[in-house]
Design a protein around this ligand. Structure first.
Ligand SMILES: *Cc1c(COP(=O)(O)O)cnc(C)c1O
Length: 228
């Protein structure tokens, strides 16, 4: 079942990329394994996926311990409480939810090497969503020039659950535009070449709009009893 799901996702990603203006960009497919235990997560990875993502510190640490024999790239994608930064940040290859300068300060303090981070941007303006407002970016970005342990590799966003396909496309286009603007500023520690956007229901739209990292959960586990 999982091997079928993986095959379908790979096919869908290829098709969406081929239909995209950005068709020559590499795309990292993240398997979001928060719904399943380490054994099912392992099954996904053994079918050729190499990027694993968790949204909570506890789940991240559990999978990290149980799957450390595999050669994986580790992503933390959910909001991170400042008091938990020290437990996890040095194990993470990419952190996708940098949403405040206070959190950035804590990462700078606790990291023992440069951590690749995405700035989370609240493009939709939904009150329940984390992230910087688009118009805050110009103000906060220069602050990253003073850090030694943070590299802003890109921007991340989530579309609202109720958004239509057109609304998702508009949100993803806006994030793409912001990413290009930021990247063109050539600020120190802010390369900002990547875009983390798209989940199970909207990753094909996100890829058409230039996503380079898609975060896919449910779609990997269709037909499987979910644990969480
Ligand atoms: C759970 C989660 C996903 C994956 O969602 P699906 O709808 O299951 O694909 C992506 N990004 C974040 C931040 C998540 O928490």
């Amino acid at each position: 079942m999982i091997s079928e799901n993986v095959k379908n996702i790979l096919n869908n990603v290829d098709a969406a990329r081929a239909a995209s203006y950005y068709s020559n960009q590499p795309i990292s497919i993240l398997a979001v394994t928060k719904y399943v235990d380490a054994d099912l997560a392992r099954e996904v990875m053994e079918n050729g996926i190499t990027n694993i993502a968790e949204n909570r510190t506890e789940l991240f640490l559990d999978k990290y311990e149980k799957l450390k024999d595999l050669d994986l790239t580790w992503h933390l994608i959910g909001s991170l409480q400042r008091r938990k930064v020290k437990d996890v940040i040095n194990l993470v290859d990419y952190f996708h939810a940098l949403d405040s300068m206070k959190l950035a300060g804590e990462i700078e303090k606790r990291a023992t090497h440069r951590i690749k981070c995405f700035l989370e941007v609240n493009v939709s303006g939904e009150a329940s969503k984390h992230g910087f407002q688009p118009n805050e970016l110009q103000e906060v970005l220069p602050e990253f020039e003073k850090f030694n342990n943070i590299e802003i590799v890109g921007l991340m966003t989530m579309a609202p659950f109720t958004a239509t396909e057109d609304e998702c496309a508009t949100i993803f286009k806006t994030l793409k535009k912001l990413q290009v603007e930021v990247s063109n500023q050539n600020l120190k520690n802010v390369s900002c070449k990547e875009l983390s956007m798209g989940m199970s229901r909207d990753y094909q739209i996100a890829i058409r709009e230039g996503a380079t990292f898609v975060r896919i959960g449910h779609e990997f586990f269709k037909g499987v009893d979910l644990k969480y």
